[in-house]
Structure formats: structure tokens, C-alpha cells
Design a protein around this ligand. Structure first.
Ligand SMILES: O=c1ccn([C@@H]2O[C@H](COP(=O)(O)O)[C@@H](O)[C@H]2O)c(=O)[nH]1
Length: 271
């Protein structure tokens, strides 16, 4: 099995293009979890159980775990997902990028230590900085292309040779050269639907991880219409805070499920 085939199965099995982001922020946790030593694990596993039939992927953001010295809880969480919801792939959002020798350690960290199915990486340092990840061809390599934040335009929109934008070059480089094992995907923000459509037109059916709906205000209809493939798939539309913190009460998991269900169904209206 591979990340891409697991993703295709999850799209179909859960009729979902929704990726549930796991960004556990202790300051937003319900009172009954505050102060518990395993609060992050308890919170995230409750969210996972409440949304696993609605998601095509889970995306833990490593900074929220590392910032709390909670890497052991991240390991346990990914184990938990694989054991209890084996049909849902796990994307470790770490946006790694470094010289090859260091990248080899990042690859071990993501795919061996954490057992993630896919990892986000930066393309900025070029092919030798991503080669180590290609040695895990069953794992997904999700390359930053046109990120959802406003400052993403500073570099990604720069015009390079032939009037092409840098993000367009990255999209084609990944689709045509770096995807030699069929494991690649791209990050393209929902906050830029015109660029999302442009990327889709350049990369065929390559999967796109699309953050930026929910808390960042991206429009779901515009996102799906711009990014879907002819088959109505091809997207992992990610939402974290809007789902995780739908309620800060004891009903947080039920409230998260309600938002995830509404978001999954809203996405499906436009496929
Ligand atoms: O371009 C990007 C790439 C990654 N992210 C990550 O996605 C989530 C977004 O969280 P929300 O609460 O749904 O806004 C977060 O983990 C980011 O690090 C992104 O937002 N944009």
C-alpha cells in the first residue's frame, strides 16, 4: 500500500475530500482537559474518533506537539490512528527542508519514528534536499507550492524566466521531475482560488493539499471548483481550528464532528 492509494481509498470510502488538521493548542482546550499530563493525546484522539468516518486524511502539525515537548503524544496519536482507523492516512505537517544529509534524518523522523504516511516539505533548497524522501516511495511527499498565507506572495508569485511565476515553476517541477515514484502532491492554499485553478491546469490529477478554509476564510465553493479533477477528486481540503475548537466545552468532540460533517457535505456539493 502507498499514501496515494490509501488516499484514493479514503476519498471513495468516506466520500470525503476533507482533511482534518490536528493543531492542539492547550490554551483553547476544554477546562476538563486542562492540566492533564496527556491532554494533547486525549484531545486529539477524541477528535479523531469523532471525525474518522468524515475525513480523507488527518494532518497533525508538528509544531503544536514539539512546542509543548509532546512528541511522545504525537507518536502515540499516530499509532492510535493507524490501529483504530487504518483506512485514513496521516500527513505530518512539518514543512521540512535542508541539505540531503539532514533531510535523510527528517525522512527517518517522519516515516520511521512517527510512521507518518506523508510529509510536507519546502522545495526551496532543490532536488538534493528532497532526494532522501524519494527513498520512501510508498510515503507521500507534499511540496509547498502556493501557500495560503498572505506573505506567500512575496516569493511564490515572483516572475521568473518567460514571465512564469515561481509557484507555477514549482508545480511543474514537482509534477514532471520530482514525482518519479508517483508519491508527490502539492500544497496550494484555498485563499488563492485563481492560482489553485492554474496549478490544477499544470499538474494533471496530482493530489493537492489545500489549507485555508475555515479559520483563514477561504471560500469552499471556489476552492472545490478550482482544484478538483475531472473525476471530482484530487483534493485534501484541510481545516484545523474551525473543527477543533467548535466548542471549548465537554462537548468539543461532538461539536467538532458537526462542523466536519457540514464541511465535508459543503465540499461535496461542488464536486
Ligand atoms: O499554506 C499553508 C500550509 C500549511 N498550513 C497549515 O494548515 C493548518 C491550517 O490551520 P487552520 O486552523 O485551518 O487555519 C495549519 O496547521 C498550518 O500550519 C497553512 O495554513 N497554510
Amino acid at each position: 500500500m502507498s499514501f496515494i492509494s490509501d488516499l484514493q481509498t479514503a476519498w471513495a470510502h468516506n466520500n470525503s475530500l476533507l482533511c482534518v488538521g490536528l493543531d492542539p493548542d492547550l490554551s483553547k482546550f476544554p477546562a476538563h482537559l486542562q492540566g492533564k499530563p496527556d491532554a494533547i493525546y486525549a484531545f486529539c484522539t477524541a477528535i479523531v474518533d469523532a471525525t474518522a468516518d468524515l475525513a480523507c486524511a488527518f494532518k497533525p502539525q508538528i509544531a503544536y506537539f514539539a512546542g509543548e515537548s509532546a512528541e511522545a503524544q504525537l507518536e502515540a496519536l499516530i499509532d492510535y490512528i493507524h490501529l483504530n482507523h487504518p483506512q485514513i492516512p496521516v500527513i505530518l505537517d512539518a514543512k521540512r527542508g535542508d541539505i540531503g544529509a539532514t533531510a535523510a534524518q527528517y525522512a527517518r523522523e517522519a516515516f520511521v519514528r512517527y510512521q507518518a504516511d506523508a510529509l510536507t516539505v519546502s522545495p526551496y533548497m532543490g532536488i538534493d534536499s528532497v532526494e532522501p524522501y524519494l527513498e520512501y516511495p510508498e510515503c507521500g511527499l507534499i511540496v509547498l507550492c502556493r501557500t495560503s498565507n498572505p506573505g506567500g506572495s512575496d516569493l511564490q508569485n515572483l516572475q521568473i524566466e518567460g514571465g512564469k511565476r515561481l509557484y507555477q515553476h514549482v508545480a511543474q517541477l514537482v509534477a514532471e521531475k520530482w514525482n518519479r515514484h508517483g508519491q508527490a502532491a502539492l500544497v496550494v492554499g484555498a485563499t488563492f482560488p485563481a492560482e489553485l485553478a492554474d496549478v490544477r491546469s499544470r499538474v494533471g490529477d496530482l493530489p493537492l493539499l489545500v489549507p485555508g478554509i475555515g479559520a483563514q476564510g477561504g471560500d469552499v465553493e471556489a476552492t472545490v471548483k478550482a482544484g478538483k479533477t475531472a473525476a471530482g477528486n484530487g483534493l485534501m481540503i484541510s481545516s484545523s481550528r474551525a473543527i477543533l475548537y467548535a466548542s471549548q466545552g465537554e462537548d468539543f468532540a461532538e461539536a467538532a464532528r458537526a462542523v466536519a460533517l457540514a464541511t465535508r457535505d459543503q465540499i461535496n456539493q461542488y464536486r
